[in-house]
Design a protein around this ligand. Structure first.
Ligand code: FUB
Ligand code: ZN
Length: 613
């Protein structure tokens, strides 16, 4: 089955995803996926070629004589691209994509050593460095991305060539590392998730054991002994999320995968402890993670600067991946809430509306200089977005032994297998712009099961629901509305109030003192200069007046009246009382944060002044 994360046989998973191939999306997320197919995947392929990432494989196989190009982990961009291509190819059957995938796989195959080793950096003069610097040189990180790409390729195309290459390398790694063999773990987590997925695909326990071995090797000082490499403490002794944001979130994802298979209580308690630390003290309202440029790191509790927010796109993706795994383990809607918050804000902000440009860093405030780029020297984010958006339909539904769960709302048609019954579900909705969702369910023959509908946390428990126009008996548990009945041909209409909300920060986020930001449903808004040319958005006071919604090109923008505060710009500090501020009434426009920097450059702010003063 074409799962990204296959928990169908995981003993500690409550939920199993629905095959990618069985859900067709055509709404808000569907447009992003289509752009990934039409624009991002083809343009990224050209960049893999023009930046020498594919040449590194040709060099390794001896086809060309050139220096290695770029960073030692550049192979991962190729692997993530292949993973993205694998998710979308069965829908497109595009001949060019097929040709490109095949040629990339060919280059990878030819670069593999007879013993299975495969990393284009560690060739020729660098061969002696193999497995000598797990702390810095990302060998296991690269291997992890190869394995993930290969599993995705097999599950989505049915072909095994890339899978056999990855398995051969994984076997080389299992022969090298483990108890009684070489010790160590990866300075950059990723291999853990990959090995668990390989175990799920092969049922060969040695891969799961090795993933657990790598987790247990942390805290022994084998890779630096510091927070950056998450080696300062054993995993189950961690009390805080710290260090490099992407590394931490990938490790948490891998550790959750391990828990899903072995049910280790200490791991699960650690995951929950760290989730509370992240979500209540260290996560941006956009779902972004990573407060510091220094070490691309998470920072301390409530350290959430807006202009200097790092919030790497890969960290938002890591947050999304981790919460998905926690949701699969528990069926608790609080994890789906964070997924949704991250997806519609700090994750989608990573890509431009034309699908060609990407943010690496996603600030919540800017003077106009921060723009998306087509590629980066460290290009982890663009193909990470491609693989996430290429498989985004994966995150809408799951099944459990009791029934079908809907986690995300999006226009789609799905075919879901529940206890060998085929259930057809379609959603008609303009979500996230409109809170109304019409869900049609068809079960032939009629079938008894529970439908679990997510009640997003932001709805504050408010919604209207009916089945076939009549009110329904339901109960709510852990953020899901449960409807148990014999389903046949039924239509559910559920509506959440898309209320414009002024959001405040915890007072310890001192930078946001006297500021609010606006959320409407799951979407965070910001003020950007191009929509507000009459004043500087950094000086906007939005006050408590009415905010009107306006639909422009199907997107809800917000308009209201506030004040622009100005002072003598020449003076940095003045005694209170002597400071002369002027307040000018202005009309303001707010746009969804994920859409900013798609127009003329200029200042932008997510957190806006609440009142005069
Ligand atoms: O080191 C590999 C990738 O590059 C990380 O995941 C990103 O944070 C960037 O440092
Ligand atoms: Zn990145």
């Amino acid at each position: 089955m074409a799962f990204v994360v296959d928990t169908s046989k995981s003993p500690y998973a409550l939920l199993t995803p629905v095959s990618l191939r069985d859900v067709k999306i055509s709404g808000f997320l569907g447009k992003y996926r289509q752009r990934t197919i039409d624009v991002s995947i083809p343009t990224q392929f050209e960049l893999l070629e023009s930046t020498g990432r594919l040449d590194n494989f040709r060099r390794a196989s001896g086809k060309i004589k050139k220096d290695f190009q770029g960073f030692f982990f550049n192979d991962t961009d190729v692997y993530k691209w292949l993973e993205a291509a694998s998710y979308v190819f069965p829908d497109t059957k595009d001949r060019n994509l097929d040709k490109n995938m095949k040629s990339v796989i060919n280059e990878i195959k030819d670069a593999q050593e007879p013993d299975g080793y495969l990393d284009t950096y560690f060739m020729f003069d660098k061969k002696t460095l193999r497995w000598t610097n797990l702390k810095d040189l990302h060998e296991l990180y690269c291997a992890g991305h190869l394995i993930q790409a290969a599993v995705a390729h097999k599950r989505n195309t049915g072909e095994e060539n890339l899978f056999n290459i990855a398995k051969k390398f994984a076997d080389n790694i299992t022969n090298t590392f483990g108890s009684g063999k070489k010790e160590g773990t990866s300075g950059h987590p990723e291999i853990e998730m990959a090995l668990v997925e390989l175990y799920r695909e092969t049922r060969d326990k040695k891969y799961l054991d090795l993933a657990k071995f790598f987790l247990d090797e942390r805290g022994k000082g084998l890779v630096g002994g510091d927070e950056y490499h998450i080696d300062h403490l054993p995993f189950t002794k961690l009390n805080e999320v710290t260090g490099h944001a992407v590394r931490m979130l990938y490790l948490l994802s891998g550790a959750t995968d391990i828990y899903l298979e072995n049910g280790d209580k200490a791991i699960f308690e650690t995951l929950n402890r760290l989730w509370n630390d992240l979500v209540f003290k260290k996560m941006y309202i956009t779902g972004g993670v990573g407060s510091r440029y220094e070490g691309e790191s998470i920072g301390q509790a409530y350290e959430l600067p807006n202009r200097r927010a790092y919030t790497e796109t890969c960290a938002a993706i890591g947050n999304f991946m981790w919460n998905w795994r926690m949701l699969l383990a528990t069926g608790d809607g609080k994890f789906a809430d964070v997924m949704e918050q991250t997806l519609y804000n700090g994750l989608l902000s990573g890509i431009s509306l034309d699908g060609k440009n990407y943010f690496y860093v996603n600030p919540l405030e800017d003077r106009g200089g921060h723009r998306r780029q087509p590629w980066y020297e460290v290009a982890c984010c663009p193909p990470n977005l491609a693989r996430t958006l290429g498989s985004i339909q994966n995150y809408i539904y799951t099944t459990s032994k009791d029934g079908i769960w809907i986690h995300l709302y999006e226009e789609n048609d799905a075919k879901i297998n529940l206890s060998d019954h085929e259930i057809l579900i379609s959603q008609k909705t303009k979500y996230p712009w409109d809170g109304k969702i019409k869900i049609e369910i068809s079960a032939k023959p009629p079938f008894d099961f529970t439908l679990f509908l997510r009640i997003p946390g932001w709805a504050d428990g408010k919604f209207d629901v009916d089945i076939n126009g009549k009110s329904v008996e339901h109960s709510i548990e852990k953020g899901y509305l449960k409807i148990k009945k014999t389903w046949q041909d039924d239509t559910i209409t559920i509506e959440f109030p898309m209320k414009v909300k002024r959001m405040k920060s915890n007072p310890f986020v001192r930078e946001n003192t006297d500021k609010v930001t606006i959320m409407r449903g799951p979407v965070v808004y910001c003020a950007e200069a191009c929509d507000n040319p009459a004043f500087d958005v950094w000086n906007l006071i939005i006050g408590n007046g009415k905010i009107q919604e306006k639909v422009e090109d199907g997107v809800v923008t917000l308009k209201g009246n506030g004040f622009a505060k100005t002072s003598n710009e020449e003076i940095l500090y003045q005694e209170k009382g002597k400071a002369k501020y002027t307040y000018r009434e202005v009309e303001f426009t707010l746009i969804p944060y994920h859409r900013w920097a798609n127009s003329e450059p200029g200042p932008m702010a997510v957190w806006l002044f609440d009142r005069k003063g």
